[in-house]
Design a binder for this molecule. Structure first.
Ligand code: A3P
Length: 327
């Protein structure tokens, strides 16, 4: 059965390239998508309208999305530590749904798949005093018109490109299709450098949100995985201010921040039973446990050869041309 997308875009567009595990990536508006994500992206563009109070967590894959989901949820829906804490009962991806993955691919499959003309609904605002939090990997170049139209708040997290790539490489290796056709490190470096990875190019993705954070600092908050690791309490406080859920300066405020940092740490989250599950969530091909691997800064040194590092650094220097940006 051929979907609308096959007919209109894929066959007529030669811009596709083989990725790992017999999968192809397709170029759409300057970015690369798997076929399923491309279809979901188009649905998002057709139908998503953010509300003024929404909080959008935007990120390139493998840059700290899961961690930030846990932190944002804890800031906006504070809960004392007990056995029924939301992060004990749910994987962060269950607490904060992703526009293109959970809201579209999963719902849409339920509604009858790619031939379906029905559109999944976005979650309703349950408590008008609380923000609705949604996540996305879509680049600003594609989602920006929709996002800037409303007064929503965007939190963007990024990470060292070499660690991001190594994290992605490990993640992809875990899929069953990669077993038959592994994604070799050389190919991964080459494709990452050319931008041919899901939601890539990484550099264009980061730069567009970075620019927005400079132009509209009240609406777009930009932070890095590394600075969050380095000084989590400081950044959780800053996030609280940005999201209009400030922590007070008293001991009580400090304790609340410490509690969030502890609860959302790699050690704490990765040891929760719910996050160790090997069940496949919905249509996603990998189990929730695969979102927790090592959670460290600089792990690329264990996997990339010097010449690969030099190649990525060369591009990073050119694209980012800012001292603090990862070279
Ligand atoms: P590694 O593969 O380097 O370990 P994403 O959530 O965007 O998919 O990113 C996944 C990466 O974030 C993985 O990196 C994962 O281990 C790490 N990660 C997940 N939870 C984390 C946490 N609470 N603190 C720090 N890193 C975390």
């Amino acid at each position: 059965e051929t979907s609308e997308l096959d007919k209109n875009d894929i066959n007529s567009s030669p811009q596709r390239e083989k990725w790992c595990g017999h999968e192809f990536l397709y170029k759409f508006q300057g970015f690369w998508f798997t076929k399923t994500y491309l279809e979901a992206t188009k649905k998002v563009l057709e139908t998503f309208k953010p509300l003024p109070g929404d909080v959008i967590l935007a990120s390139f894959p493998k840059t700290g999305t899961t961690w930030l989901k846990a932190i944002l949820h804890s800031i906006i829906h504070p809960s004392p530590r007990h056995e029924n804490h939301p992060l004990t009962l749910n994987h962060p991806h269950q607490l904060i749904r992703s526009l293109e993955t959970n809201l579209y691919i999963e719902k849409w499959t339920e509604l009858g798949g790619t031939g379906s003309t029905k559109t999944p609904e976005f979650p309703a605002v349950k408590d008008p005093k609380k923000a609705r939090i949604l996540a996305t990997h879509l680049p600003y170049q594609i989602l920006g018109d929709i996002l800037s139209f409303s007064d929503c708040k965007i939190v963007y997290v990024t990470r060292n490109p070499k660690d991001t790539l190594v994290s992605l490489w490990h993640f992809v290796q875990k899929s069953s299709s990669a077993e038959k056709d592994p994604w070799e490190v050389e190919a991964a470096v080459d494709q990452f450098c050319r931008g041919v990875v899901p939601f890539g190019p990484y550099y264009d993705h980061v730069l567009a949100y970075w620019e927005q954070s400079l132009n509209r600092p009240g609406n777009v908050h930009f932070l890095t995985y590394e600075e969050l690791k380095e000084n989590p309490k400081f950044h959780v406080r800053k996030l609280g201010e940005f999201l209009r859920c400030p922590f007070d300066q008293s001991e009580d405020g400090e304790e609340k921040i410490e509690e969030i940092v502890k609860m959302c740490s790699f050690e704490s989250l990765s040891s929760q039973q719910v996050n160790k599950s090997n069940e496949l969530p919905g249509v996603f091909p990998l189990p929730y446990s695969s979102f927790f691997r090592k959670g460290e800064v600089g792990d690329h040194k264990n996997y990339l050869e010097d010449k690969m590092i030099a190649k990525i650094d060369g591009i990073t220097r050119k694209k980012f041309s800012r001292q603090w940006f990862y070279v």
